[in-house]
Design a binder for this molecule. Sequence first.
Ligand SMILES: C[S@@+](CC[C@H](N)C(=O)[O-])C[C@H]1O[C@@H](n2cnc3c(N)ncnc32)[C@H](O)[C@@H]1O
Length: 373
Amino acid sequence: MTLQTSELNTQAVLAMKGAGYYSARTAGAKHAIDRVRPMLEDALQSLPQQAILRLADFGAADGGTSQEMWAGLIATLRANGDSRPIEMLYTDLASNDFSTLFRTMQGMHGDTAHAYQNSYENVFVHGCGTGFHQQLMADASLCLGFSATAMHYVSKKPCEIEDHVHMVGATPEERAQFSAQAAADWERILLARAAELAPGGRFICLNFGIDEKGRYLGHTGGQSMFDNFTRHWRAMRDGGRITKQEFIRATFAQHYRTVEEFTAPFDDPSSTVRQAGLKLISVETRLTPCPYNALYRGSSTKMSSADYAASLIPTTRSWSETVFRTALASRPEAEIQALLDAFYDDYEQQVAADPSGHAMDYIHILMAIEKQA
Ligand SMILES: C[S@@+](CC[C@H](N)C(=O)[O-])C[C@H]1O[C@@H](n2cnc3c(N)ncnc32)[C@H](O)[C@@H]1O
């Protein structure tokens, strides 16, 4: 299928559902972030001695999922006597709901207990709406960068996937194109961070990927979430509710890198990334269990399968809806809404009928990267 230029550029269509919907429905993402706090606490031990302590959260969405973690780190810094001014830079795409983010940090939305801007002097919250494939701040000015669950998005779709919605179900030829795009993007991301980081500064990231057992988001044994998205989207096509083109256009602009794909730029001493001064400190894979499934299985007052389905599907919807919405973009809004509701309802009914094997466990690749002094 031939892609138009506007379709190739994913920057305008990726944002999470706004008005706090993302954080409210994404407990798993917050758990994954809270669990990497020790890596960030470790980075605090050797922060660069800049006059201004600049921190950054790349691809932060509405900021809600990482708020407690950042509040905790700032508390540690101040408790350790570090009274430097802190500039906290939240980055995401221009289409992101930064308004909710700023209100959250000022205690006007979400969990006010962690509205750290209110609790500490000399902490300045900024936003940046430029994608993280570019350099976003001045050379050597960043002390600690962080990114969670964001860099699996490729900067542009290299092709549409004809018979699936995600690269995990693509043909080998389609998958190779996604792999090449993701490699070029990863190099750009790392070179941009290399320029921004002050010597000794760290970039800690956890990204969706494929682990050594071949597991990935929603595919950790049992059902495969992306196969189920495809199954219901295909049923809408086969039932005449959406067109063949709309079916194909619902291609996630994502690539789940393997550990080898993530570490490749660090393997060769002459690579651009190594030459730019970045060093890989650690890499590991981690499964964060689906909190909705844990609640369902552990519930003493037996949760019904319908209630479980009604808790699980909105979390998938919080980050996937824009893909299907974009595929339907030529239709009137009321029609789009009805089709999306029907699509997610179908999936919800599948889970309600037989919940076994349905869960959205997270698989992350965690990396600590340092700019050499
Ligand atoms: C799944 S959300 C993760 C949000 C948050 N970091 C978390 O872990 O809960 C992915 C975020 O990455 C953002 N994103 C995707 N591509 C981006 C890019 N090129 N530059 C900056 N942000 C991007 C999306 O807009 C979205 O807010």
